[in-house]
Write a protein that binds this ligand. Sequence first.
Ligand SMILES: CSC[C@H]1O[C@H](OP(=O)(O)O)[C@H](O)[C@@H]1O
Length: 364
Amino acid sequence: MDTAPAPAAEAWSPRPAYWLDDVPTAYGHGPAVVLLDQTRLPAEEVRLVCSDVATVVDAVRRLVVRGAPVLGIVGAYGVALAAARGEDVKAAADDIARARPTAVNLAWGARRALAAWQAAGGSAEAALREARVIHEEDAAASAAMAGHGARFAAGLPAERPLQVLTHCNTGALVSGGEGTALAVVRELHRAGRLGRLWVDETRPLLQGARLTAYEAARTGMPYTVLSDNAAGSLFAAGEVDLVVVGADRIAADGATANKVGTYPLAVLARHHGVPFVVVAPMSTVDRDTPDGAAIVVEQRDGGEVTEMAGTPLTPPGSTAYNPAFDVTPPALITAIVTESGVLSPVSAIAIARMSAGHDPVMRR
Ligand SMILES: CSC[C@H]1O[C@H](OP(=O)(O)O)[C@H](O)[C@@H]1O
């Protein structure tokens, strides 16, 4: 079984999204939101300079920037950009929130920046300040989750360095810091406790094969990519000690929306007695969504399934079912790791306590 070579571990960040005050733009010099174009990775590191909100919204829709926490950061920067350009700020916040419906962070970040703008009497500086606070908060949350998650993993009965399976991409590309679930894996690697990272390719857009592998290679983790279909045989062979995934929205009862293909992993993990851990900041917990049935799952264009890099994979006229996410019920989740601590077992009460700002049920 091939394992990609592990280059020297390094403190590395791809800087997925940031603000620049004064750059050449389509409108002359002015502020911009700069995005690392994740559709071009791993082959090319190309940055998109967004000088208006319409460009930000299009970039979110095309997954130029993606992943719940960084979407919260970009949502806030997008509102700050509208304010700086004298655009309709409320309309901008609404357009941003509508760009992708499932990751609660997108609307949450936009609304926080809008509220700051309104509270300051329509101040663009206030909106930008709030966006920067959200960016910094997410970096701190990422570090805290990495610590809580690694300590939880260290408590697992393991006779070997952990073999961890993950789905989609939850690293520094989705965060102001090192990410969510992949930040936990990176912390385990630093502590010498990571035996291998199994990387689900994550059809149809291959966030795992393209992005998680890119991050694992850049940070020196021992990793192996697999087709999503192969995960079951890994469990059956006893090669998975822990599953860690991210989240796009966690409902008040602990039901979790994440990249499509997550729910089957939760079922496999339960069947094989493997801990299944969700890692997400509090900004992804949405107490206004009561349960999994209330989570809106983004349905994306079928062409993402029937084509690969513009090449048809199916006969002309084929239709495709392409939900971007699925929902895992709380009963299949061993623990939810947030910056506040570890919930185990997950319960509606614990989630409610956590989303109300109280300490979670269990803290490690
Ligand atoms: C922890 S945020 C990463 C999260 O977002 C991904 O979805 P997408 O690539 O469509 O933005 C996936 O659900 C990841 O778990």
